[in-house]
Design a protein around this ligand. Structure first.
Ligand code: OAD
Length: 240
């Protein structure tokens, strides 16, 4: 691999698995207990908002019980090092937890939203809160009642900041995917975009993802072990 200045890392549920947050599609994953249609679509929310609020309240409450793992910390280290050399690390995460930030990363794009962000559908106001929401919750801005939904991108909705993500891939030297099954687009298609632009690509995952054959290299194992190893290698290569 040539000199690497700019890196994009796409992360998925697998990077938070060792912190104790359940993935979606593995055995014991969240989608075994809940149907996507019920809790992760606008139609599910319209049909049963209480159930949907409860599902995300539980996941938001869990954030207080988990901690970042070595993979989150390693990426934050890499971000600081690349920045100090005039490059960048952009973390594009499909995760709605805040473990990248708590691990020290600053340049994080939450393309599927965040558990700690809430969205009032009455006045469009978005605000941060770790509280639990019910159909009696009131918006602090418009005082509308029962209109607050989690600021999570559901199936059928447009992921956030896609223009910025595409620009950052266009300008990177290396695209890395960590802990994602490659089952959900557009995130799953970013490796093909990166390949089409002539970028180096690396996958770090417990098992081969659906788009594994698109990557130049696949490293199979736990993110908490393989990500720190890869970061150390990259830092050595960059001469830090
Ligand atoms: P998935 O649950 O689909 O995939 C998690 C991946 O992480 C799998 O390929 C696992 O093999 C891998 N994995 C598990 N433990 C790991 C570990 N310790 N180290 C490394 N890899 C590990 O989760 P995502 O790909 O993130 O969207 O799912 C994508 C989207 O689908 C989510 O953002 C969510 C979901 O429906 C929405 O809710 C909109």
């Amino acid at each position: 691999m040539g000199k690497i200045k700019n890196i994009v890392v796409l992360t998925g549920a697998g990077i938070s698995a060792e912190s104790g947050i359940r993935t979606f599609r593995d055995t014991g994953g969240l989608w075994e207990d809940h149907s996507i249609e019920e809790v992760a679509t606008p139609q599910g929310y319209a049909a049963n908002p209480e159930l949907v609020l409860r599902f995300y309240n539980a996941r938001r409450a869990q954030l207080g019980t988990v901690k970042p793992n070595p993979a989150h910390f390693a990426l934050a280290r890499l971000e600081k090092s690349l920045l100090s050399k005039g490059g960048y690390l952009t973390i594009v995460t499909q995760n709605v937890d805040d473990l990248h930030e708590r691990g020290g990363a600053e340049n994080v794009i939450h393309m599927h939203g965040e558990l700690l962000s809430q969205w009032c559908r009455a006045c469009d106001h978005k605000f941060r809160s770790d509280a639990a929401f019910t159909l009696s919750s009131t918006c602090a801005k418009c005082e509308g009642v029962g209109k607050i939904r989690p600021d999570i991108v559901w199936f059928g909705e447009m992921p956030y900041r896609m223009d910025t993500i595409e620009t950052t891939i266009l300008n990177c030297d290396l695209f890395v995917s960590v802990g994602t099954s490659g089952a959900v687009y557009p995130a799953a298609g970013y490796v093909q975009m990166a390949r089409g632009l002539g970028k180096q690509t690396l996958e770090i995952n417990l098992e081969r993802s659906e788009g594994s054959h698109f990557f130049h290299e696949s490293r199979l194992g736990k993110a908490g072990e393989l990500v720190p190893q890869w970061v150390e290698e990259t830092l050595r290569q960059a001469g830090t």
